[in-house]
Design a protein around this ligand. Structure first.
Ligand code: NZQ
Ligand code: ZN
Length: 392
């Protein structure tokens, strides 16, 4: 078991109608002029934005709006947001939407409060010293960005998708009303559940410092999301299932399931980021498509964890050799993906990269992790290419 820092400064306000508390929360954290940042318009179509602006108008809080954060959000809009904030004298950011709007807002917050090009941080050239205060109204349970220290941005030139993590970027508050996720297409709900589980699995399949209390919480979280994802596939308006998944999404990526271990493997995410950068696929679906190939490639190097996962999460009978049990767990996970209409390979994801593109993705992925990375098994460029090929 390793020592750890656990830092979750985000005030969570959870439940029905909580978006109506937004003005009070912005005031509480010192905001006087707000940039409301959102995506392609789902929050306008659902009526949420009207409720938010009515609440701000009622409280006399000034605001400027900037929409257009696309899934796999672009650097170009981040630059636009930085300029707008400077011009308007913005002192608070409010992201309304899913991970893309939140991540784009974090990047804008870094850009406004730090000198120079904001891409430098994503390019690992230097670290941020501050961020504009940020609040979130979450509409998609998935990335955990509402409590996490991460932000993932795509630079259009060269289609480079990179994450950056800093405690400065953790939101001041997160408003989570499970009802707001009921307008999601079923596909996005399933993508979200996949991402939530993967944030926990990345921290679970490790060879370093595992801790029983962390494992127990992780397994409980995984079983809960698995059950409720299947409920939502049939009954998307089920409030309790929406609520279970939404809270799990935050706990899966606020650091809780990493306490005591080596920080996690993260290679499924790194492999997916290249697919998302090049093909603009939904993050959760990309993870599901690559996970099985990754798992089969690494499980022998992390057998006790794969065996435990098979039994405690997927309910596999503890009979046979450890390898057999581990493989049954991987198969059961893929069956679960199919049960919620998630892909289990690139073909089902709807992409068919050429050999050259696979090589390019493997190369970019290895560069992004500094050559080689992973905890279940350390992967180099050659390994990454083998996993991409196996997922075709
Ligand atoms: O853009 P709008 O019109 O709002 O539509 C979005 C978008 O099309 C739609 N949507 C969101 N809430 C909705 C809704 N549609 C109807 N009703 C609602 N209530 O869903 C689509 C996807 O939204 P997006 O924000 O892109 O999804 P997600 O939350 O999955 O975010 C994905 C991005 O986050 C990054 C991913 O790589 C990807 O770029 N990640 C961020 C992380 C973090 N910051 O900690 C960690 C993750 O591992 C991940 O990498
Ligand atoms: Zn993720």
């Amino acid at each position: 078991m390793f020592g750890f820092n656990y830092y979750t400064p985000t005030k969570v306000v959870f439940g029905k109608d909580t978006e109506l508390k937004v003005a009070d929360l912005i005031r509480e954290f010192g905001g006087t002029k707000v940039l409301i940042h959102y995506g392609g318009g789902s929050v306008i179509r659902s009526g949420l934005m009207q409720r938010v602006t009515d609440t701000l108008d009622g409280a006399g809080i000034q605001y400027v709006m900037l929409g257009g954060a696309v899934p796999n959000p672009h650097l170009g809009l981040v630059y636009e947001g930085i300029e707008l904030c400077r011009k308007e004298g913005i002192d608070f950011l409010l992201a309304v939407g899913g991970g893309s709007a939140i991540d784009s807002a974090k990047a804008i917050g870094y850009g406004v409060t730090n000198e120079g090009d904001v891409w430098d941080f994503y390019d690992r050239k230097r670290d941020v010293q501050a961020c504009l205060p940020l609040g979130v109204i979450l509409t998609l349970a998935a990335t955990g960005s509402e409590m996490s220290d991460s932000s993932v941005i795509t630079k259009e030139e060269g289609l480079v998708k990179r994450g950056y993590s800093s405690d400065h970027g953790r939101p001041k508050f997160a408003i989570m009303n499970p009802e707001l996720t009921m307008t999601l297409p079923d596909y996005q709900t399933a993508c979200g559940c996949t991402d939530i589980m993967m944030h926990t699995m990345e921290r679970y399949f490790t060879n370093g410092g595992n801790m029983e209390i962390t494992d127990s919480m992780a397994e409980g979280l995984l079983r809960t999301v698995k059950t409720n994802a299947q409920i939502l596939a049939k009954d998307p308006k089920n409030y309790d299932a929406r609520a279970e998944v939404m809270w799990a999404g935050s706990l899966a990526h606020n650091g809780l399931t990493g306490c005591g271990n080596d920080g996690g493997d993260w290679m499924t995410h790194m492999l997916e980021h290249e697919m998302g950068g090049l093909y603009d696929v939904a993050h959760g679906a990309g993870l599901a498509a690559i996970w099985g190939s990754w798992a089969r490639y690494v499980y022998k190097n992390c057998l006790p964890r794969f065996k435990r996962y098979a039994i405690n999460v997927m309910g596999v009978e503890p009979a046979g050799t450890d390898e057999e049990i581990a493989l049954k767990g991987i198969e059961a996970m893929e069956d679960f993906y199919r049960s919620i209409n998630m892909p289990t390979n690139m073909r089902e994801l709807g992409i068919s990269p050429t050999e050259e593109e696979l090589k390019d993705m493997a190369h970019k992925c290895s560069v992004s992790v500094g050559g080689a990375s992973g905890s279940a098994r350390v992967l180099n460029e050659e390994d990454m290419l083998a996993i991409y090929r196996a997922s075709m």
